[in-house]
Design a protein around this ligand. Sequence first.
Ligand SMILES: [Zn+2]
Length: 80
Amino acid sequence: MANFLRRLFGSGKGESKGGGKTAKDPVCGMDVDVNKPAATSVHQGQTYYFCAVGCKKAFDENPDKYLSAEGEAKGGMHSH
Ligand SMILES: [Zn+2]
C-alpha cells in the first residue's frame, strides 16, 4: 500500500545502490542497513539502528548521551 508513496517520494537522494536504506548508528556513527541491523532500539517513539549489539547496549544504558552528541563529530568511541 505504501508502494506508490515510495515511488512518489523515495530514492531521490542518490544514496547507496541496491535499494538499501541506511540509518546512522548513534553510538559509533556507522551507516547501518535498516533491513539487516545487528540490533535496534526504540527510544521515545523513534527506532535506532546499530551495527552491533554492543552499540545497542551502550545506547540503552545512556541514550541521552548519544542523542545529545548528535551533529557533533565524535570519534574513537568504538570498542568492538
Ligand atoms: Zn556501532
